[in-house]
Ligand binder design. Structure first.
Ligand SMILES: *Cc1c(COP(=O)(O)O)cnc(C)c1O
Length: 350
């Protein structure tokens, strides 16, 4: 605290991301990064962009990337918004759509950045409890609200809501913006982008950090009705005209064009997820059904924090959340088969 701070800064409770260790030998299964590298075509496009042109500002509208995203999803560029990671997109979403004096709804077990944005923008929220199986029950959201947001698949559970249930939610709250945060959709869920034409209250966000292996590049996007996109552009252009740099624009566009690499890596992650799930079940873990690039698991006889500490001693890091309802779970990102084996080795003799 300091007399120089604007008063609201005192009450901020910032998000704490998973550890990015300086030790490179660790098997890092704690922040849902992709274990495989980005598209070689994306890397080549970025290398070609490393020229004296970096003295020039980038295109403030990132038109090249907007077009690549629009082509990939079969929408118009007027349906596409881009940002410096989907975290920045989400920040603008909270600012643009959720300040209506009624509580925002999101699951009690969900992405822990949501309450942080509420704190930043002074947005009231109600955390809606997941059911006993840790699933989102869509009927619980059919009540007065100032907006709805949820990850699909949910984080950190990995559980997915079917598209017809998402549609039910959109129908039940026609006067609110419903945001489906699809950070992990490419690992098993069905995207809601096909509903954007019919539901002007739907906004879908995605990121290149997980399924496209570009967490370090910071590119996220939103797709929705042009009226929603216009609000986001107004907020963005009142905040930072150039959230995407020259490298990000060309690298992300090339990543969307390289479907082959995308399919190869995500299929490898999905296959490893199924294999690791089976192995953990053999060790006695309960594993929630995952459609993401991570699994959420607990062991009926062993304390989760204890398991995490034991794994760390053996050079494997996973994520443990202190929130009471999930304090006995570990969130384990899917690694390469070798990394997953290191995890299993670390669990031997539990
Ligand atoms: C990882 C993640 C994001 C943020 O992704 P970035 O594009 O890297 O900012 C957003 N939502 C959820 C649920 C995530 O897990």
């Amino acid at each position: 605290m300091s007399k120089f701070w604007s008063p609201f800064v005192n009450s901020l409770v910032p998000y704490v991301p998973g550890e990015q260790p300086k030790l490179t030998k660790l098997v890092k299964l704690n922040t849902n990064e992709n274990p495989y590298g980005p598209s070689p075509k994306a890397l080549a496009a970025m290398r070609a962009e490393l020229t004296d042109d970096l003295r020039l500002y980038p295109d403030p509208n990132s038109d090249l990337l907007k077009q690549a995203v629009a082509t990939y999803y079969g929408v118009q560029t007027s349906h596409v918004f881009l940002g410096n990671g989907s975290d920045e997109v989400l920040a603008h979403v909270f600012n643009a759509f959720f300040q209506h004096g009624k509580p925002l709804l999101f699951p009690d077990i969900s992405y822990s950045f949501y309450p942080v944005y509420c704190g930043l923008y002074g947005i009231e929220f109600d955390a809606v409890a997941l059911d006993e199986q840790f699933q989102i029950r869509v009927s619980d959201y059919a009540r007065p609200n100032g907006g709805i947001i949820f990850p699909n698949p949910n984080a950190p559970t990995g559980c997915v809501v079917a598209l017809d249930a998402v549609e039910q939610m959109l129908k039940a709250s026609p006067d609110s913006v419903v945001v489906v945060d699809e950070a992990y959709i490419d690992f098993g869920g069905e995207t809601a982008i096909s509903l954007v034409e019919r539901y002007p209250n739907l906004l879908v966000t995605q990121t290149l950090s997980k399924s496209r292996s570009l967490a370090g590049l910071r590119v996220g996007l939103a797709i929705g009705h042009p009226d929603l996109i216009e609000a986001l552009e107004r907020v963005k252009n009142s905040f930072n005209s150039y959230p995407l740099d020259r490298l990000a624009i060309v690298g992300a566009a090339a990543a969307f064009e390289d479907r082959e690499h995308f399919d190869f890596t995500r299929n490898a992650v999905i296959a490893s997820r199924e294999a690791l799930t089976a192995e953990l079940q053999t060790l006695g873990f309960e594993v929630l059904p995952s459609a993401a690039n991570f699994i959420f698991a607990r062991h009926p006889q062993h304390d989760a924090a204890g398991i995490a500490a034991k794994l760390r001693e053996q050079g494997v890091i996973v994520r443990h959340f202190k929130q009471e309802r999930i304090a006995q779970f570990l969130r384990i990102s899917i690694g390469t088969p070798e990394q997953n084996q290191a995890l299993l080795d670390g669990l031997a003799g539990l």
